[in-house]
Design a binder for this molecule. Structure first.
Ligand code: SF4
Length: 372
């Protein structure tokens, strides 16, 4: 049994008719409960709940403060390679786009790491395009060894791997995995992933669970909002997170709500996710999953990020470049356009100014012998 079976059952829900059925009473009932179930989550994502964001926000804020205090963890992504064998219709790195590809040497990785670490950040997310040939596990492992000199927490966002491969990377010092399903609606998934191993929906869907089994301290999942009906996608993402949280209590499960951004190609998403929709999604995530981290990226504009950080967000990226080597050179082709280009000190000051506590380092990997 994996989340795939649950997802297949959940897909039978007649979402379109159901959204219309929820009323103010359903939303208020969900808001009054301590522990929410699937029905409550649906109510909170329904159009009816869209009229009660203020009530949802007040409760979400209380829950966030009681579980996470005022802390907001800062991190930045570091792109080390943009070679990719997949054709995803919404991404600059797609194999069909013709641009000079880049992969950092270990010396370049070190220079990039030193540049990022000089901003004070101690959490890093290592990213590659998806190519086993160009960014094999051995290369990721070598990069991790270099990053270990500069960062106390290293997460990866690479192609889905086997449990053994994840374990190998955990042993090398990786403690977190980010892996986005992109779109949970299976038919749309097939349509948008035209070519390459990423077409295998199931292999991707099961990867976060393999990460939990391999012993990562944190696993971060999400749907790229805009690729399909956002209410249904947010529902499936939260159900996936809940599935993982129930089975792997030792692993911190986090959710990201990234919205589609402009990129090298011209694909236009089907579903327009407004700012209000994004707020509703974040609030529903927080109310349904009080213990989950929620990550907000620089895809969102500065003004909106400054407001959302009070409503449930616990992790933020800062000082971001989505280009390979973008911290030490002009970089290459960005994976997508960011929206909030503020530096780490600017984000730090914004958080302090909002009464929040920026966290640059909240844990250290202990010596291998003492944890394994
Ligand atoms: S989304 Fe990932 S797998 Fe798809 S083209 Fe971009 S880098 Fe490659």
């Amino acid at each position: 049994m994996s989340f795939f079976e649950s997802l297949t059952n959940l897909e039978r829900i007649p979402f379109k008719e159901l959204w219309k059925k929820y009323t103010k009473d359903d939303v208020m009932r969900a808001l009054a409960k301590e522990k929410l179930d699937k029905e409550d989550l649906l109510a909170l994502l329904s159009p009816a709940a869209g009229h009660h964001l203020e009530e949802m926000a007040q409760k979400a804020q209380r829950i966030t403060r009681s579980h996470f205090g005022y802390a907001v963890q800062l991190f930045t992504p570091m792109y080390v390679a943009d070679y990719c064998v997949n054709h995803c219709t919404y991404c600059s790195f797609s194999a069909i786009h013709d641009f000079p590809r880049k992969k950092l040497s270990l010396e370049e990785v070190e220079a990039e790491a030193a540049a990022i670490a000089s901003s004070g950040l101690r959490h890093i997310l290592l990213l590659t395009g998806e190519s086993r040939k160009d960014s094999p596990v051995g290369y990721v492992k070598d990069c991790v060894k270099v990053l270990g000199k500069y960062f106390s927490s290293i997460s990866i966002e690479v192609n889905p791997l086997s449990m053994e491969e994840y374990k190998e990377l955990a042993d090398a010092g990786v403690d977190g995995l980010t892996l986005f399903q992109e779109v949970y609606h299976q038919e749309t998934y097939r349509k948008l992933h035209v070519k390459g191993p990423k077409r295998n929906f199931r292999a991707r869907l099961d990867a976060p669970e393999r990460g939990c089994q391999a012993g990562f301290r944190s696993v971060n999942i999400g749907a790229l909002l805009g690729l399909y009906d956002w209410r249904q996608e947010a529902f499936m993402t939260a159900m996936h997170a809940s599935y993982l949280q129930d089975r792997y209590p030792g692993c911190e499960i986090s959710l990201s709500p990234p919205r589609f951004r402009p990129y090298l190609g011209s694909f236009n998403p089907e579903s327009d996710v407004t700012d209000r929709a994004l707020v509703q999604i974040i609030l529903a995530y927080r109310l349904f999953l009080p213990r989950s981290g929620i990550t907000l990226s620089t895809r969102e504009p500065a003004e909106l990020r400054d407001r959302l950080v009070h409503l449930g967000v616990t992790k933020m990226s800062a000082g971001v470049s989505t280009e390979v080597g973008g911290h030490t050179s002009d970089g290459g082709t960005p994976q997508f356009e960011i929206s909030d280009s503020r530096s780490v000190p600017e984000i730090r000051d914004m958080l302090y100014g909002s009464g929040l506590q920026p966290v640059f380092k909240d844990w250290d990997i202990l010596a291998e012998s003492s944890v394994r």
